[in-house]
Design a protein around this ligand. Sequence first.
Ligand code: 4NP
Length: 153
Amino acid sequence: MKIVMVCLGNICRSPLAEGIMKTKLPENYIVDSAGTISMHEGEHPDKRAVKTASNHGIDISKQKSRPINTSDFETFDNIYCMDIGVYKEVISKAENEEQRRKVSVFLEAAGDHKNAEVPDPYWGDMNDFEEVFQLLDKGCTIIADQLKNIQHS
Ligand code: 4NP
């Protein structure tokens, strides 16, 4: 099973989601992340994201930003988008129905009816990053359970 977390820049939300999800799934699951823009390609995650993850014992410092590409729709089984704008952008790149079926909005997939979107903390402060961490942590717990159940059923 291979999954990829997608946000805009791949330096704040999806690197956190990748790091958190890796702690919740066995090692045979591949977890990656990507962005819809290539502006930060090759950069490590935002310092505030690295610090927030580190506060929770997770090291995301070695990740590198990359834009999503067409082969990701073949490589990955599930593609989780951090907000609706990202979802629309990703869906527009899918080439057929099978690829479109792989794409979901992360919090919708997690059944979070209160929050539809993981808010972009890029223009915010450390409190915003911590809030994002908590939202992602809850969502990842639920999605990790779903994925483990699929494999066993
Ligand atoms: P992310 O946050 O999508 O969670 O990685 C952002 C990172 C960079 C920008 C916007 C959002 N930016 O405009 O450069």
